[in-house]
Write a protein that binds this ligand. Structure first.
Ligand SMILES: CC(C)(COP(=O)(O)OP(=O)(O)OC[C@H]1O[C@@H](n2cnc3c(N)ncnc32)[C@H](O)[C@@H]1OP(=O)(O)O)[C@@H](O)C(=O)NCCC(=O)NCCS
Length: 263
C-alpha cells in the first residue's frame, strides 16, 4: 500500500515507495470539501525527488501542504506551480504595547457576529484582497464558532468588535485558545479584519493589541496566527513583535484519471 496509517500515530499517515520504504509522514484532512495532505514531512534519508514523484502519483488530486521548502521546490521543478505560501507567526507576549487611543467616536465592543460585521468582512476580503474573497460559508463558520464553539469556542478576553460613531460594527478580531492544531500551547487569531472605509486609522492595530493583551490575561503565554504571502497585514504583525515560527508551502497535485475515477 503506497499510503497507510502510521503504526504509532493513528492520526498520521505514511507515504511509501513501491518497495514499501516509508518516504514521508503527513496528516490527511478535509478542508471544506478539499482533500489536504497536511504537514507532509519527508523522512530522514528519503530523496526529495522520490517523495515528490510518489506524492504526485499516490496523492493525486490532493492539496499538499509542507513545511519542507525542498519538497515544495522538487514539486515545482517537476512542473507544478506553488499554490500559496503561508507564514505562521508567534508572539511571546513578554512585552505588550499599551492600548492605543481610538479615533473619536470609535470603541471596542464585546465580541460577536452580526450583519454589519458580515458586510465589513465581505468588503475587507473584497476583489482587491491579494489572497482570497470572503464566502457565504465564512459567515456560517463565524456563527458556528460563536453559537456552538465549533470547531473552537472564541477566547472572549482576546476578541472584540470595533464599533463606529454610527453604532455599527466595522471590524473585529476573533481569537481562540489554546487551539488543538498547534504543537505548542497557544492562543490563535482566527480572523482580524476592518472594513475598507475604516482602514488606515489605527483600528487594526488597536484590535491586535487587544488580542495580545487579552490572550495574556487568559493565562496563555503565546499568540499565533497564519498569514499568506503578499498580504500587507504582515507589516502590522511584524511591527507588533510577531516572529516567524514556520513556513508552509502548498502545491495542488493534479488529479489523474485514476484519482478522479474517469477512464
Ligand atoms: C489588516 C487590517 C485589519 C488592518 O486594519 P487597519 O485598520 O487598516 O490597520 P491600521 O490602520 O491599524 O494599520 C496598521 C498597519 O497595518 C499595515 N497594513 C495593513 N493592511 C495594509 C494595507 N492593505 N496596505 C498597507 N498597509 C497595511 C500597515 O503597515 C499599517 O501600519 P502603518 O500605519 O505604520 O503604515 C485590514 O487591512 C484588513 O482588514 N485587511 C483585510 C483582511 C485581512 O487580510 N486580514 C488579515 C488576515 S491574516
Amino acid at each position: 500500500m503506497p499510503v497507510r496509517q502510521h503504526p504509532e500515530d493513528r492520526l498520521d499517515s505514511l507515504l511509501d515507495a513501491d518497495d514499501g520504504t516509508a518516504l514521508a509522514r503527513f496528516c490527511m484532512y478535509d478542508d471544506d470539501g478539499e482533500s489536504v495532505a497536511a504537514d507532509v514531512q519527508p523522512l530522514p534519508g528519503a530523496a526529495l525527488t522520490a517523495v515528490a514523484a510518489q506524492a504526485r502519483r499516490d496523492l493525486a488530486g490532493v492539496r499538499l501542504d509542507t513545511p519542507d521548502e525542498g519538497l515544495a521546490d522538487a514539486l515545482v521543478a517537476g512542473g507544478l506551480a506553488l499554490h500559496q505560501a503561508t507564514t505562521e507567526l508567534r508572539h511571546d507576549l513578554a512585552e505588550l504595547p499599551a492600548p492605543p487611543v481610538l479615533p473619536a467616536g470609535w470603541t471596542l465592543a464585546e465580541p460577536g457576529w452580526d450583519a454589519d460585521l458580515a458586510r465589513a468582512c465581505d468588503a475587507a476580503y473584497g476583489p482587491d484582497h491579494p489572497n482570497w474573497r470572503w464566502q457565504s460559508g465564512d459567515n456560517e463558520q463565524m456563527r458556528a464558532i460563536f453559537d456552538a464553539g465549533d470547531p473552537v469556542p472564541p477566547l472572549r478576553s482576546a476578541s472584540a468588535r470595533v464599533v463606529g460613531p454610527d453604532g455599527r460594527s466595522a471590524g473585529h478580531v476573533l481569537c481562540a485558545g489554546p487551539v488543538p492544531w498547534t504543537d505548542d500551547v497557544c492562543g490563535w487569531i482566527l480572523d482580524i479584519a476592518v472594513a475598507p472605509h475604516a482602514q488606515g486609522n489605527g483600528l487594526g492595530r488597536a484590535l491586535l493589541t487587544h488580542a495580545l493583551r487579552g490572550t495574556r490575561e487568559a493565562g496563555l503565554s503565546t499568540l499565533g496566527l497564519s498569514v499568506l504571502d503578499r498580504n500587507p497585514a504582515r507589516r502590522l504583525y511584524d511591527n507588533a513583535g510577531f516572529r516567524t515560527h514556520a513556513r508552509v508551502f502548498s502545491v495542488l497535485l493534479p488529479p489523474t484519471a485514476d484519482s478522479t475515477g474517469t477512464q
